[in-house]
Design a protein around this ligand. Structure first.
Ligand code: GTP
Length: 309
């Protein structure tokens, strides 16, 4: 597990670093509060930080406040390290967002058990967050998490000039798969199809389970042509080879609808999904195992239609 230590005193920092490394932690260091905040905001940042209170510029209290104000998508467990151990200081640090408090000079055994407790809480929090945002069967995002991602992308889309595309995919004749091979075989197909889709997407695309056998993909900064290309790749990845299950090989395919939020054209997420769903319906009617695009005209904002929805 990765831990950040922030301390402006080089000797103290080195000692803490050696001690934590001896306990098996991967240690990242910062010698001031600003750098500590930068590190904690990076992707793959430490989930736990030991922060000295007294640092030049931004002190430990400011770091706690900044972390709580800005990092919302995960929890960073913060242990404040300080010579100020009176109750009023403990209260001040915890009100600022610290989770725990260790007096300086620190007792190694005490620091070790407090870090261990923090690690337990961090790991539990990570597991809970994963359960709340991911689908238990397939491991991809659940509907709520994906809709949140789409909303955020559309807000960002309103600020810059890149389009956002979505791909709405539905397994063809999936009821038949369940009826002929059983529900467990159907589950295996859903898992494998999700895996294949994830494998052909870009790292910054998001894949989620919208409903039973419906999958939704959010493609940030993706044009109409780009989305068509991805959708075709997705379609082919599923149709190319039957899915091997414990109940035999099962051939399957996807019908796909695409909708694009064009640059400079604001559109509510529900309307974009509705357009992709219409296109998906056309793909089903057109014979399945195919991709259909919502037309340009449909992508334009339409106040009247919104009100009717
Ligand atoms: N095994 C399994 N089946 C599911 C799950 N969620 C939904 N289904 C099944 O998906 C099937 C969807 O059937 P329909 O909506 O009739 O659609 P379809 O048979 O795929 O037909 P088309 O969409 O018209 O091609 C139903 O039989 C559901 O029970 C799941 O988590 N596991």
């Amino acid at each position: 597990m990765k831990v950040l230590i922030a301390d402006d005193d080089p000797l103290s920092l080195l000692y803490l670093q050696d001690t934590l490394q001896d306990w098996g932690y991967e240690v990242v260091t910062a010698t001031d509060g600003i750098r500590a905040c930068e590190i904690l905001q990076q992707p793959d940042a430490p989930m736990l930080a030991v922060i000295d209170w007294m640092m030049p510029g931004m002190d430990g209290i400011d770091v706690c406040r900044q972390v709580r104000d800005t990092i919302k998508d995960r929890y960073v467990y913060l242990i404040m390290l300080t010579t100020r151990s009176e109750t009023e200081f403990v209260v001040e640090a915890m009100n600022a967002g610290a989770d725990d408090f260790v007096g300086k000079p620190f007792n190694a055994e005490e620091l070790q058990v407090r870090i261990r407790a923090g690690r337990r809480i961090s790991e539990l929090e990570q597991q809970l967050r994963l359960k709340a945002t991911h689908d238990a069967l397939t491991g991809i995002y659940n509907r709520g998490a994906l809709l949140e991602i789409l909303e955020k992308e559309l807000i960002r889309h309103g600020r810059d000039t890149r389009p956002v595309s979505i791909i709405f995919a539905d397994l063809d004749h999936f009821k038949r798969v369940n009826d002929e091979h059983g529900h467990l075989a159907g589950d295996a197909v859903l898992r494998e199809v999700s895996r294949r889709l994830a494998a052909v997407l870009r790292p910054y695309d998001s894949l989620g389970r919208y409903g039973g056998e419906e999958l939704l993909i959010v493609l940030p900064a993706c044009t109409r042509d780009g989305a068509l290309e991805v959708a075709e790749r997705v379609r082919a990845a599923v149709a190319a080879t039957p899915v091997d299950t414990d109940f035999g090989a099962i051939a399957c395919s996807l019908s796909i609808g695409i909708a694009v939020a064009d640059e400079g054209v604001p559109i509510p997420s529900q309307k974009l999904i509705h357009l992709a769903d219409d296109a998906l319906y056309r793909a089903k009617r057109g014979g399945r195992n195919r991709v259909e695009m919502a037309s340009d005209q449909q992508g334009q904002p339409d106040g009247d239609q919104d009100e009717q929805e």
